[in-house]
Design a protein around this ligand. Structure first.
Ligand code: ADP
Length: 407
């Protein structure tokens, strides 16, 4: 390209070269731009330790006027650096100057805290470079631009704190999960280990009862023992069921069951356990048969009726009912006992939940019956619910779908 063409191109790119040059060389323009910069611009002579120039941004950031800072010098500036940052900054500066001696256009970065006029520390991020060197090639002036990064640092700090607490929470959750796992394993092992000796003791009691059947006193104690073994067996069975629920091993063996005959059987079996309560079953004409796991639904009803008796110490009746629609069979157990608060209603189907501690002391149980019952009903595709008022009584209802799709 010819020289003429080059000049023409230069004219097109810089249409007013003379104005541009004037601006470029204008001192007040440069100072104006420097003052508009949101960072502190400082030029200092490293050989004398004196500031040569500081822009007006010093004032809003550190509170000092540039004139005051220039007069006080680099030593004063160093005295304002946080004592925890000072040794590092001196070291990094020394290293940067050594590097700058041999390397052109080197830009170094430092982060540190400086105390402002209100005695608060501000975080500064400083970019520094060599401004000029003396005739011997030694660095003479250095130019620094320092940005106020206090809010960034504070945010960083908050994020770190948050990350810390998230990490702590995660650890807690992992620990909780491990404890849960250990608890599940313990329940599974303990219930399996207890089951076998209990069965052996039970059969020995039977043998002893046969042997000492004629001795009244011995029979009396053996019968007591038998009852306690049954109670213990019941608790161990509950633990075994929970363990099955946890491992997904609670399976159903469905058969066709006549509803009325079934309820009669349940009432017949449970009535002897309470002399105080009459178990009332409002009989209906035949409701026919439905497909269900007879033993598991028996277990649910026995649990609901036992609870109805257990939690109504001042009442004398429990009412059972069963009904059938084209879609489902509906069972209910109603008592006139202590009732359940609104808050507890949400939790009674949770494993190991027991509502009233004083009642709990007088009546044994593990707080597993309703949890197991709920699982049995939901395996049948049904629902269990409770309606209760504190001091009035409770009504437990559950449904079992009869349609083929569910059964
Ligand atoms: P458990 O009876 O062994 O404690 P359940 O799972 O059967 O365990 O019942 C859980 C809790 O629900 C009981 O501890 C009791 O506080 C409450 N509850 C259950 N049935 C009744 C009821 N019919 N009336 C009042 N409270 C009940």
């Amino acid at each position: 390209m010819s020289r003429q063409a080059l000049n023409l191109l230069d004219d097109i790119i810089n249409p007013m070269p003379s104005v541009f040059d004037a601006v470029k060389n204008n001192q007040s323009f440069i100072a104006g731009v420097a003052d508009l910069t949101p960072g502190i611009i400082a030029v200092y002579n490293i050989q004398t330790g004196q500031y040569v120039y500081i822009n007006n941004s010093l004032k809003p950031i550190l509170g000092y006027s540039p004139k005051e800072w220039v007069e006080k010098g680099v030593k004063f500036a160093l005295s304002k650096i946080h004592p925890d940052d000072l040794p590092r900054i001196i070291e990094e500066n020394k290293h940067a100057l050594e590097q700058a001696q041999n390397q052109e256009n080197l830009i170094v970065e430092f982060e540190y805290r400086v105390m402002d006029t209100s005695n608060n520390y501000k975080w500064l991020k400083t970019y520094g470079t060599v401004f000029d060197k003396d005739r011997l090639g030694k660095v003479l002036h250095v130019i620094n631009i320092s940005l106020d990064i206090t809010s960034i640092k504070e945010t960083e700090e908050r994020i770190l704190q948050l990350a810390g607490s998230i990490e702590k929470k995660t650890e807690e959750i992992i620990e909780q999960k491990q404890i849960e796992k250990q608890k599940d394993e313990f329940i599974s092992i303990a219930s399996h280990e207890l089951k076998t000796p209990l069965t052996t003791i039970k059969s020995f009691t039977e043998i002893l009862k046969m042997q000492f059947g004629k001795e009244q006193k011995a029979l009396h104690y053996l019968e007591k023992m038998d009852k306690e073994i049954d109670r213990l067996t019941g608790l161990v069975n509950e633990l075994l069921d929970v363990s099955k629920i946890q491992s997904g091993g609670l399976t159903l063996n469905r058969e066709r069951v006549d509803l009325i005959e079934f309820i009669n059987e349940v009432v017949e079996d449970i009535q002897p356990t309470s002399t105080q309560h009459k178990i009332i079953f409002k009989k209906k004409s035949s409701l026919g048969k439905i497909l269900m796991d007879k033993h598991r639904i028996y277990q649910v009803l026995i649990n609901l009726i036992s609870n109805a008796i257990k939690y109504s110490p001042k009442s004398n009746k429990v009412i059972i009912s069963v009904d059938k629609t084209p879609y489902e069979a509906i069972f209910s157990v109603k008592d006139f006992g202590i009732g359940i608060t609104k808050r507890d209603k949400k939790k009674i189907f949770d494993a190991f939940f027991q509502a009233n501690t004083t009642i709990r002391q007088s009546y044994s149980g593990l707080g597993l019956g309703l949890h197991i019952s709920k699982e049995i009903i939901s395996r049948h595709g049904g629902k269990i619910s409770v309606y209760s008022k504190k001091g009035i009584g409770s009504l437990f209802k559950f449904s079992i779908p009869t349609k083929k799709a569910y059964a």
